[in-house]
Design a protein around this ligand. Structure first.
Ligand SMILES: CC1=C(/C=C/C(C)=C\C=C\C(C)=C\C=C\C=C(C)\C=C\C=O)C(C)(C)CCC1
Ligand SMILES: [Fe+2]
Length: 566
């Protein structure tokens, strides 16, 4: 306890130290000097962060530094006022460990990092918050820690197996390189299932479907699907399933790229019954290219599912041969065309499939049905789908390489610009869709990423979105912006030297306005500090910050699990 306290001078009460749960024989190498300094009693690692000491002096921002402790939990110092109605758990996923074996094996890309969950249990009624982080114990992470080197392939990294193994000799005999097993490193999304007692963690271009307990952050196991859709045909999945609420319970909708038939399976699974069987709702045939376009996210409306087909495509050849190209295991094939497909949620039929201008987007923001001027007719004229788009430039993938992120301050290259792009997909059989910029990009510093909306507006006409943005002249996401798509204006939050993660919107229970709620983001400061920021979603003014005793690693996506007792 004393060791931890020395790092936490500002906390009101001392944190509860945790014993490192899975202290793998070789993992102590990765914690080297930090571990040595932090060992107390029986060699146990207790609440001490190397990042807390190293960030300030490191040559790069703390957001890109490895977290050196598998888990921590403690009270957070509250500055400001937590709304009394905000009672629940905020969970956030992201990469946190990019090095194995004491730095001997360092990953190249931000997407490669082993998943670190951050949890903040907020009791607004008492003005208190408890923070925690913990590594997800995926097979990829535990095997890397046990062996002192990565065993499974990550986004940018192939890890050859023992070339002498029988399997690899067989692979060589049929012309495949000795490739590493596909990773289950679930570092991107956290999705509460059913009543929120189990949370599904996902990433893409891998086979992750890891279940965690949101209270303890224990890795409970895997969601093993009974539907046999995985196997060789659909080995990867879209990272952002959409959960929609209906009278009969929640339903998860997602896309499985279909490599055998060059398309996507649109699947659904009830989440309230504890099911692990996905039902195929429909199929989309890709219109271009040798393989399906990479699909990180998609959008739904009340009646339709919107399936994007980007010219940034999965490279099946690279996946099989364990080869890495300029875009890792993706290929940019602009001549293969860009398309948007619309599937009817009740029949599974494709009701529109249009060619659109080329685009590159990780994240779809929302979609809705556009009706005629009378507004009351039951048929929609078109589907509107919005996304954070990079002007059809796949260079964003390379810009997220760690060496690039770690040298942003001195970089001469401009970080790729992005915009809120709006597709209009006609439903009258026209062959072409439209793509335009929905908001002056200068309103968000020509950077928009990791967007959220009020979830009650998913699939419906909406007005507000919250996203990471840029305050120029800085060359990276250093701000948060609320955008008003009706008034076409924006409000921003910015603090010098910080990297804020996805601004996650939480609605006030009983609130009627679209922006009645708070926005939560985890923020990492240049000096090694870290805090959870609460903004009033209407005014976009800071209402509280909940301070961690160490700098948080960069985050991807979050979720909110309301406390049932309130
Ligand atoms: C806006 C911030 C960031 C920038 C994020 C950008 C530009 C894109 C994020 C895309 C994501 C989250 C894609 C995830 C892909 C996951 C994969 C392929 C996982 C594979 C696992 O094996 C930062 C850079 C996130 C910093 C915060 C703010
Ligand atoms: Fe994402």
């Amino acid at each position: 306890m004393a060791a931890a306290a020395s790092y936490l001078p500002t906390l009101g009460s001392a944190p509860k130290p945790f014993v490192c749960a899975a202290h793998h024989p070789r993992s102590s190498q990765t914690m080297s000097s930090a571990t040595a300094a932090c060992r107390r009693g029986g060699g146990r690692i207790i609440g001490c962060m190397e990042t807390a000491r190293d960030c300030g002096s490191a040559s790069h921002h703390c957001a890109w530094a490895n977290i050196r402790l598998e888990r921590w939990e403690g009270d957070l110092a509250v500055q400001g006022h937590i709304p009394a109605w905000l009672n629940g758990t905020y969970l956030r996923n992201g990469p946190g460990v990019w090095e194995v074996g004491g730095g001997e094996h360092a990953f190249e890309h931000v997407f490669d990092g082993y998943a670190t969950l951050v949890r903040v249990s907020i009791r607004g009624a008492r003005g208190r918050a408890v923070g925690a982080h913990r590594q997800i114990e995926s097979d990829a992470y535990t095997s890397a820690m046990a062996c002192g080197r990565p065993i499974m392939r990550e986004f940018s990294q192939i890890c050859p197996r023992d070339p002498g193994s029988l399997l690899d000799r067989l692979r060589s005999a049929v012309g495949l390189a000795a490739g590493a097993a596909m990773s289950d490193n679930a570092n991107t999304v956290v999705l509460p299932l059913g009543d929120g007692r189990r949370v599904l963690c996902l990433a893409d271009v891998n086979k992750s479907s890891v279940l965690v307990d949101p209270e303890t952050l224990d890795t409970i196991g895997k969601l093993r699907y009974m539907d046999r859709l995985w196997w060789w045909r659909c080995p990867v999945q879209c990272t952002h399933p959409v959960v929609t609420r209906s009278g009969s319970g929640d339903e998860l909708l997602t896309l499985l790229p279909d490599f055998a038939r060059r398309g996507y399976l649109v699947v659904r699974m009830p989440t309230t019954t504890g099911s692990n069987e996905r039902e195929v709702l429909g199929r989309v045939r890709c219109r271009g290219g040798p393989t399906p376009g990479w699909v990180h996210s998609f959008a739904v409306t009340e009646r339709y599912i919107v399936v994007p087909e980007m010219p940034l495509r999965y490279s099946v050849g690279r996946m099989l041969k364990s080869e890495i190209g300029p875009l890792y295991i993706l290929d940019w094939l602009p001549d293969s065309g860009s398309f948007m497909h619309v599937i009817c949620r009740s029949t599974g039929n494709t009701v529109a499939s249009v060619a659109v201008p080329p685009f590159v987007a990780f994240h779809f923001i929302n979609a809705y049905e556009e009706r005629g001027d009378d507004g009351g007719g039951s048929m929609a004229n078109a589907v509107i789908a919005d996304c954070c788009e990079y002007y059809a430039d796949p260079a964003i993938i390379q810009a997220l390489a760690l060496h690039r992120l770690r040298s942003l301050d001195t970089a001469k290259e401009l970080f790729p610009e992005s915009r809120v792009a709006r597709f209009r997909i006609p439903l009258d059989g026209s062959p072409l869709g439209m793509l335009e910029t929905a908001l002056d990009p200068d309103a968000h510093g020509r950077g928009v990423e990791l967007s959220t909306i009020n979830p009650a507006y998913t699939g419906r006409e909406y007005r507000y979105l919250y996203a990471c943005s840029i305050r120029r002249p800085y060359n990276f996401f250093n701000s948060l912006t609320k955008m008003d798509l009706v008034e076409k204006d924006a409000k921003s939050w910015h603090e010098e030297g910080t990297v804020p993660s996805e601004p996650f919107f939480v609605a006030r229970p009983g609130g009627e306005l679209e922006d009645d709620g708070v926005v939560i983001s985890t923020v990492t400061s240049m000096d090694g500090g870290g805090y959870v920021l609460l903004l009033d979603a209407a005014t976009f003014q800071e209402i509280a910050r909940l301070k961690f005793p160490y700098g948080l690693p960069v985050g991807f996506h979050g979720c909110w699990i309301p406390d049932k007792s309130h």
